[in-house]
Design a protein around this ligand. Structure first.
Ligand code: SPD
Length: 283
């Protein structure tokens, strides 16, 4: 992160991704460096280890795309697990479905949740008080190791980039364990970085997931404050690519309040795989 003339920048591979604003909170938690910025355009924003995570007025570009292909596509959605997601945006989108009975959120850093509740309360909104939500301050890797087999209908990984506390959420043994705790008809979803700014991690993540799950497809969209602005989420299932086809009885209740996601947007996003990524995945 660099700071000059009220500009706060994430620096990545010689490119700056900046927002105009001022730092209103800065601390080092047990796990990472945490900064809250009051930005001119997007409201309060969160940086973890100097990387942009979420901003009050831009978070829907990310959270809707991570959640709705999974929640609209799975056979059942009673039991949902979120690994990471400490700002509450992923939980908020999941809890819009009345069929979700239990939502476990497993976040390693309690300070992320506390600071999100204090400085970015609109992102989690009413999710934090929803009786279906169970917050566990634990390591997600340990959680999936001890979770009961065939327990979750949905597993969503909403972590940061894989060079901090989220490192263990991108490897084969983690994905394999997730497969085992997923029910038949279930869907696994993860943020899978930028095909431009994090090309190698993006390709590697999809390739490893394809060694574990029977069906795996990346979805492409835009999160303007992240490196390159071009982002991806990858979905996986065992019985069919059911994340490709939203169930209309679920999507019809969700769509009116979505800013980005719709069944039509989703269809385009799955088809928008860039040619260079498609070639490299085939090699
Ligand atoms: N480089 C940014 C990656 C961020 C992915 N997770 C964001 C958390 C939002 N809930």
């Amino acid at each position: 992160m660099s700071q000059s003339n009220e500009w706060i920048d994430e620096n990545h591979l010689g490119v700056r991704y900046g927002l105009k604003g001022k730092i209103i909170h800065h601390e080092k938690s047990k796990f990472q460096d945490i900064i809250i910025v009051e930005t001119e355009r997007y409201g309060n924003a969160l940086l973890l280890n100097n990387c942009w995570m979420a901003a009050e007025k831009l978070e829907k570009h990310y959270h809707e795309c991570l959640v709705h292909p999974a929640l609209c596509g799975a056979k059942e959605i009673s039991n949902v697990l979120i690994i990471g997601g400490g700002d509450g945006g992923t939980a908020r989108e999941c809890l819009r479905y009345s069929k979700v009975e239990r939502l476990d959120i497993v976040e390693i850093d309690s300070r992320v949740i506390e600071l999100a509740q204090q400085f970015l309360p609109k992102i989690g909104g009413t999710a934090w008080n929803d009786p279906r939500l169970n917050v566990h301050i634990e390591d997600g890797v340990g959680w999936v190791k001890k979770a009961q087999e065939l327990f979750y209908d949905i597993i969503i990984v909403d972590g940061s980039d894989p060079d901090g506390p989220a490192e263990g959420l991108f490897n084969k043994s983690f994905f394999d364990r997730c497969k085992h705790i997923l029910k038949p008809g279930g869907i696994f979803a993860t943020q899978s970085e930028s095909p431009e700014a994090f090309k190698e991690i993006h390709i590697e993540t999809i390739k490893i997931m394809r060694e574990i799950f029977a069906y795996v497809d990346p979805l492409y969209g835009c999160v303007p404050m992240y490196p390159s602005g071009w982002w991806s989420w990858t979905f996986a299932a065992m019985d069919s690519p059911r994340y490709l086809t939203p169930k209309s009885e679920r999507s019809s209740n969700i769509i009116d309040q979505c800013k980005i996601w719709s069944p039509r947007w989703q269809q385009g996003g799955f088809n928008a795989i860039p040619a260079f990524i498609e070639r490299e995945l085939a090699s």
